[in-house]
Write a protein that binds this ligand. Structure first.
Ligand SMILES: [Zn+2]
Length: 247
């Protein structure tokens, strides 16, 4: 479904619309998105807000292809567009990514304000609050896609590959976070070059996060009802490509 070199999964955005008018405002923002008209708004039919997970994947894939080629459009970034979003948001995808400063989803998918509902936490680990944010994105903002995105050279996964003794001096909170990533490293062949060990662990960590999300009753129901789709991907820092994973 995705181009061979592009795309990933996940998407969530800000908890705006917390004043009880969520539905109305979301609808309003959707209308704005469909009307476009901002100076940098999409101008052709194919770039209207996606209505399916496949459409969301295609839009992310195309955006990542622009990023890789250097032909960025920086859509939905003009002042006029930003003003249109004052009344609400209607992001089309929720993205669960790492906090790493080199992997901002809006940039590597060439998206703009109001397009992505983004949750970032070191190692793209899943916990209750992350799930709550994703559920908000799916149930209240109607994001058609949830993408868990790991990345090459992830420091959090690197830490998880280290021996427990090496982490003894770290604060409890960091050790707790790393412990959530450890399962992704347990079957890795330690005879491999470290970069390979890391790449394998990064991918496995994404798969683990996707499995965790698919096991959440509310999100499983959303997938069953085809309201959203949960996928996983890895961002290749060297090339800029986002690579889809089989999960
Ligand atoms: Zn990372």
């Amino acid at each position: 479904m995705l181009a061979a070199t592009a795309v990933c999964t996940g998407v969530t955005s800000v908890l705006g619309c917390a004043d009880g008018n969520t539905q109305e405002k979301t609808k309003d923002a959707t209308n704005h998105a469909n009307q476009d008209g901002g100076q940098d708004a999409p101008r052709n039919e194919s770039e209207k807000a996606p209505e399916t997970s496949a459409g969301a994947i295609e839009r992310l894939s195309k955006g990542n292809a622009r990023f890789v080629s250097g032909k960025l459009r920086h859509p939905h970034s003009a002042t006029e567009w930003r003003k249109r979003l004052v009344g609400g948001q209607a992001p089309f995808a929720t993205i669960v990514g790492c906090s790493d400063s080199r992997v901002p989803p809006e940039l590597l998918f060439d998206q703009g304000f109001g397009d992505l509902f983004v949750i970032r936490v070191a190692g793209n680990v899943i916990d209750t609050d992350v799930v709550g944010s994703i559920e908000y994105g799916v149930d209240h903002l109607n994001t058609k896609l949830v993408v868990v995105m790991g990345h090459e050279g992830c420091g959090a996964v690197t830490a998880a590959l280290q021996a427990d003794a090496d982490l003894e001096k770290e604060p409890n909170e960091i050790r707790s976070l790393v412990s959530k990533i450890k399962p992704a490293t347990k079957d890795v062949d330690r005879e491999l070059p470290f970069e390979k060990q890391l790449n394998i662990s990064v991918a496995e960590n994404v798969r683990n996060s996707v499995k965790q999300l698919k096991a959440v009753a509310d999100l499983a129901l959303a997938e069953k009802e085809s309201r959203t789709e949960i996928i996983g991907c890895v961002y290749e820092i060297k090339t800029g490509h986002v690579r889809m994973l089989d999960v």
